[in-house]
Design a protein around this ligand. Sequence first.
Ligand SMILES: C[S@@+](CC[C@H](N)C(=O)[O-])C[C@H]1O[C@@H](n2cnc3c(N)ncnc32)[C@H](O)[C@@H]1O
Length: 210
Amino acid sequence: MDMPDLNLDAVDFWEILYKNKPSGSNGRPSRVLERFLIDRTPGNALELGCAKGDDAVWLAKNGWQVTAVDISKTALSYAEANAQSQGLADRIDFQQHDLSVSFPDIRCDLVTAMFLQTPLDFPRTEVLKKAAQSLNSEGLLLIVAHGSRAPWSWAKADKTYFTARESLRELNLEADDWEEIHVGEEKRFARGPDNQKATVTDAIIFLRRM
Ligand SMILES: C[S@@+](CC[C@H](N)C(=O)[O-])C[C@H]1O[C@@H](n2cnc3c(N)ncnc32)[C@H](O)[C@@H]1O
């Protein structure tokens, strides 16, 4: 689909985007999420930018009590229906926030931010810093971002992509307070909205608060 008008405010931009998408999802969580979290002891999880809820559903299925946030009420309604269809609605609290304005008032054992990226102005680093501070001791922070431009991306051809290490530096976390479990780039085979195929790079940051 075409990108909604970039002059819209963030709420309207994402609403239009999701209203033009089918409500169903492919039911598959992010592979990085599965890979890094499958063996972890569940607790309270916060997911930032949950879209249609496949990651939140996977977390809930694996024992986590999840707070799942998105700016789009329509995305949240799709995500809630997704959770309900799997009998997991009571394990996920869906909350609407524009994260540049408000942030859930919770402490948690895991924060995930998978491709929390937008073509609009967005204080992503500040939001991720808040996310890091919302973690309990021993809590896990999993951030995955696009590290390359997919051929079908809306991003400008000359957009700069940061490495995981560069993004981690931006977060300015106190090194002694965090264990680096994984910080780096990985390539992945991906399909675009019209079934285009490409190899893309993900920049992955996975930390544990000490
Ligand atoms: C690129 S999508 C990624 C969705 C999903 N996490 C994934 O891995 O496919 C970004 C998501 O962040 C949400 N989002 C964008 N700006 C936001 C904001 N200011 N506050 C909260 N959520 C936002 C969008 O609605 C969208 O669902």
